[in-house]
Ligand binder design. Structure first.
Ligand code: S3P
Length: 166
């Protein structure tokens, strides 16, 4: 069994992914970190120097290089599931769980580090709302949805284990 965590920036995909993998003794892959390692630079630098289009190509490439395997937690960047081809790939890689957070929660969580998030560096609240609005329909195609507002990472891990029966 494997699980793929999707959701907006600030929804906790990385934090929760790492904790879930550690609790289950599964492997954990964070797609953004894979992209950064391959490129030898941060996501912000990729956006700055090469633009979003190139970043999306690198993201798709990295995603398709991950082989389906058992006992894997995969956290992917907020935009990864938007491309239909990517979403189909995610389905092959595991049970897709959407970590769903309200705009208010997301804004609180990303505000401090908005500078590191190229898509919402300026006009953070408004851009976050636009992205959430345009992506929600895709995210809701996940196999399961966990509402994360007001939940600690530990509580979310418990819920995920319930969903997975693991
Ligand atoms: C993005 C989210 C980021 C990162 C990139 C683009 C997005 O990942 O992949 O900045 O389009 O929502 P996180 O969701 O892990 O912050």
């Amino acid at each position: 069994m494997a699980v793929v965590l999707i959701g907006m920036m600030g929804s906790g995909k990385s934090t929760v992914g790492r904790k879930l993998a550690s609790a289950l003794k599964w492997d954990w892959i964070d797609l953004d970190r894979v992209i950064e390692q391959r490129a030898g630079k941060s996501i912000s630098k990729i956006f700055e120097e090469q633009g979003e289009e190139v970043f999306r190509e690198l993201e798709t490439l990295a995603l398709f290089e991950i082989e389906p395997k058992d006992a894997l937690v995969l956290s992917v960047g907020g935009g990864a599931p938007v491309n239909e081809k990517n979403f189909e790939r995610l389905k092959k890689l595991g049970t897709i769980v959407y970590l769903r957070a309200s705009h208010r929660t997301l804004l609180r969580r990303v505000s401090a580090k908005a500078a590191k998030r190229p898509l919402i560096t300026t006009d953070t609240a408004e851009k976050l709302a636009q992205l959430l609005d345009s992506r929600e329909k895709t995210y809701l195609q996940a196999d399961a949805v966990i509402q994360v507002d007001g939940q600690t990472p530990k509580e979310i891990v418990q819920k995920l284990r319930g969903v997975l029966g693991a």
